[in-house]
Design a protein around this ligand. Structure first.
Ligand SMILES: Cc1cc2nc3c(=O)[nH]c(=O)nc-3n(C[C@H](O)[C@H](O)[C@H](O)COP(=O)(O)OP(=O)(O)OC[C@H]3O[C@@H](n4cnc5c(N)ncnc54)[C@H](O)[C@@H]3O)c2cc1C
Length: 414
């Protein structure tokens, strides 16, 4: 019995599994019996956490039941967005104007800080700064997007509304409107994860593969972990960066897991030149999103379904991939592209689009990072900032925006 949920985190062959430099050197077992910090999970959340916490003085171990980089981070399309899945205008209604603006501001800052960290750690992961086009769809028409752009601008966030005529003229897109912003990014998420794990290892972190944490208990002396083989590990602090395989005791919080699909076209697929500088997504249900890679693939995804096991259906994978390719073709005005890779996986969502990051109630010294949503990677960066501060004994002023508190019941506007 594991302490976290168990899922198939992706189908066989996401694009990134075929890219180089995604493995890291690991131990088969923990070397010590006590660590200052144990990080459970070696995906992008655990990698950023380890890289933030490993300073050569504290003992840090990252432990994973799979090979590192084998979870959802290998399946991510890695649109590193500052925009949250829930538009600012909607988030204001859910958590109040002041907190909604703080969340958006934190998200924008975090993309910039992630870019700095990639550069400072010397990680080669095709990291590119990108603008975003958020297109009108059946959930938000041009008027709602115009209001959204004005609200963002009014809060000091750079955002511009583009009307249908300008969209057609500049981008060849037939939609009634869009919000144009900058300050997002894209990357190879597997190389980025492996890069941050290597960075942490260079600063003394120990990486352990294929060891499952089966139990967790907390007392005055610290946290005790029992591994699946019965081994006991003591830790000062433990951070569960287990993604959609969250701690079972947190299953009751208001989040759910859905299924999502993605495709990658072959290198040098014909596409409009402007797309190389953009992430594109739409206000539709189900939605389409897309971007390109430096070698000219189009990566596109969406077609989410509420059933968290639907991604396991192999015939559905082909059908969904075909629909995504068709929608990308229609949107961009290009011939329907070939599909080089298609894959699917579970995907976490919350009603307000926010992740759940913070102390685990009832387990002193234990933290959780559940970086839900379409900007999970941005949330992983935020998590590494908030939890590293908490472990250093500092209080991050935004910590209360992302914690477990209030997650049992719907948010009320401030
Ligand atoms: C198809 C798809 C497209 C996506 N696109 C985007 C996107 O464009 N932009 C974006 O920001 N996000 C996107 N996401 C979301 C993003 O992938 C996730 O937010 C992110 O990968 C989560 O990283 P993580 O490190 O928290 O989880 P993971 O990468 O899943 O890592 C968690 C690790 O914890 C380990 N683990 C779990 N339980 C235990 C245990 N008991 N003991 C030991 N180890 C354990 C697992 O083995 C796993 O390796 C997408 C997701 C999918 C599926």
């Amino acid at each position: 019995m594991a302490v976290t949920k168990k899922s198939d985190l992706h189908t066989d062959a996401p694009l990134w599994s075929a890219t180089p430099h995604i493995s890291v050197r690991t131990h088969a077992r923990p070397v010590r019996s006590r660590y200052d910090v144990v990080i459970v999970g070696a995906g992008i959340s655990g990698a950023l956490m380890a890289s933030a916490l490993a300073d050569g003085t504290r003992s840090v171990m990252v432990i994973d039941r799979r090979e590192p980089v084998g979870g959802s981070s290998l399946a991510s399309t890695a649109m590193i967005q500052h925009e949250i899945d829930v538009p600012l205008s909607e988030l204001v209604k859910k958590i109040g104007a002041r907190d909604a603006a703080r969340v958006w501001s934190r998200s924008m800052d975090s993309v910039a800080r992630l870019a700095d960290r990639v550069r400072e750690a010397g990680i080669s992961c095709a990291f590119q700064h990108k603008k975003t086009l958020f297109l009108s769809g059946d959930e938000m028409g041009w008027r709602a997007l115009k209001d959204e752009a004005e609200l963002r601008a009014g809060n000091g966030f750079e955002a511009a509304f583009i009307d249908g005529a300008a969209l057609r003229e500049k981008y060849g897109i037939e939609r009634t409107g869009a919000v144009l912003t900058s300050c997002s990014a894209s990357a190879n998420p597997a190389q980025m994860t492996a890069g941050f794990l290597r960075h942490a290892a260079r600063n003394g972190a120990e990486l352990v593969r294929k060891c499952e944490v089966a139990e967790v208990g907390a007392g005055q002396g610290g946290v005790t972990l029992i591994l699946a083989d019965g081994a006991k590990i003591e830790a000062g602090k433990v951070v569960f960066c287990t993604g959609y395989e969250f701690l079972k005791r947190l299953a009751r919080l208001d989040h759910e897991t859905v299924s999502t699909w993605a495709i990658a076209t072959p290198p040098a697929t014909a596409h409009p030149g402007w797309l190389d500088d953009f992430l594109v997504w739409e206000a539709s249900e189900p939605y389409l999103y897309l971007r390109t890679t430096p070698d000219g693939r189009i990566i596109a995804g969406g077609e989410d379904e509420a059933d968290e096991k639907a991604h396991l259906d192999k015939s559905k994978l082909r059908r969904k991939a075909d629909v995504i390719a068709g929608k990308a073709s229609a949107l961009l005005g290009i011939p329907k592209p070939d599909i080089d890779y298609c894959w699917a996986g579970p995907f976490g969502v919350t009603p307000d689009g926010l992740p759940i990051i913070g102390p685990v109630p009832g387990l002193e010294g234990v933290f959780t990072v559940m970086g839900f949503g379409g900007n999970g990677i941005t949330f992983s960066q935020i998590a590494s900032e908030l939890i590293a501060a908490a472990i250093d004994g500092k209080t991050d002023p935004d910590a209360g925006l992302f914690g477990t508190r209030g997650r049992d019941a719907p948010h009320s506007a401030a």
